[in-house]
Design a protein around this ligand. Structure first.
Ligand code: BV8
Length: 255
């Protein structure tokens, strides 16, 4: 049974969103779940069921077994290439356009590596954790997103004599400095922050919610399950993002 969304709260939150001076949205794997993109835990099915994602998504794992890790990422890349943005992605893209058309600020921080926000038309995107479609040469550090799908071999050697590694941020690796700079600035200067489809346990990404709350921004949390940061939410919707975001969008875009 689809959870009933509190109409009054939804109207209030949409009014706050429509009137906000500066909006930040943080998304996690839950936003892509309705597109069929496996979240970390879902990705661990079949061949991968016997692995722990957090142990596989590390530089040490790649150095220990580059073929295994390259294959896991390439299979996730191909899975994502076959998925399409859902109503939640499209709603966020429309909300961005409606807010920026009014001369106000909108920044989308995503932990997702599937590039579905970009395919849905969002433009002001900060990819906090990189992308499955980017591969980085271990010898030169240069990234490219045009490698054949599937890769011809695992791991794939680079022209510079290194290997191509996934262009994502692994656990224990620093996020791209420019992404952190943009995200920190946006979170510290926003007056409305949406946190959508994330378990809020991965840092420093989850920390941007805390930054926004510390500067007095109002927080909208959209997640069927509570998170460790639910107590910071001004409005909390225990609903799928693919259902709630179009409702918010309808109100914001018609304002
Ligand atoms: C770093 C790319 C330091 C790879 C990912 C405090 C501060 C700083 C660091 C730490 C800290 N505490 C701990 C750390 C270390 C660590 C960390 O956070 N560990 C956690 C697990 C405790 N952080 C790091 O290692 C980060 N690096 O700090 O480096 C440093 C500094 C300088 C120099 C050197 C080092 C790097 C973190 C990035 C890791 N990479 N992704 C890949 O994808 O393979 S994170 C990855 O896992 C995802 O991006 C995602 O963010 C995270 C969890 O995955 P999921 O569970 O699938 O997704 P999510 O959490 O979003 O949960 C899904 C949610 O959706 C659920 O809540 C569910 O209820 C909800 N949902 C489901 N359906 C729907 C829905 N919601 C709405 N609608 C629906 N339909």
């Amino acid at each position: 049974m689809t959870p009933r969304i509190d109409e009054a709260a939804s109207r209030e939150a949409a009014e706050a969103l429509a009137g906000a001076r500066s909006v930040v949205a943080l998304t996690g794997a839950g936003v892509s779940a309705e597109s069929g993109v496996p979240t970390f835990r879902d990705a661990m099915t079949g061949l991968w069921a016997r692995f722990d994602a957090q142990r596989l998504a590390t530089r040490e794992a790649f150095e220990r077994d580059p073929a295994l890790v390259s294959r896991w990422y390439d299979e996730r890349r191909m899975r994502c290439a076959g998925c399409v943005p859902n109503a939640g992605h499209s709603a966020l893209s429309s909300i961005e356009r409606a807010i920026t058309a009014r001369g106000r600020s909108f920044t989308l921080l995503t932990q997702n590596v599937d590039r579905l926000h970009r395919r849905a038309g969002s433009e002001r995107i900060v990819e906090l954790h990189g992308s499955l479609f980017a591969w980085r040469c271990t010898a030169t550090g240069k990234e490219r997103d045009d490698l054949p799908m599937p890769l011809p071999c695992y791991p794939m050697p680079s022209e510079a004599g290194g290997l191509y590694r996934p262009g994502v941020v692994w656990f224990g690796e620093a996020l791209p400095a420019e992404a952190v700079r943009r995200a920190s600035l946006a979170a510290a200067s926003c007056d409305l922050f949406l946190t959508i489809g994330t378990s809020s346990v991965v840092y420093p990404a989850a920390g941007f919610v805390e930054t926004a709350a510390s500067v007095g921004a109002r927080i909208i949390e959209i997640n069927p399950h509570p998170t460790p940061l639910s107590h910071l939410a001004t409005w909390r919707f225990a609903a799928p993002s693919g259902e709630l975001l179009p409702q918010l969008c309808a109100r914001v875009c018609l304002e």
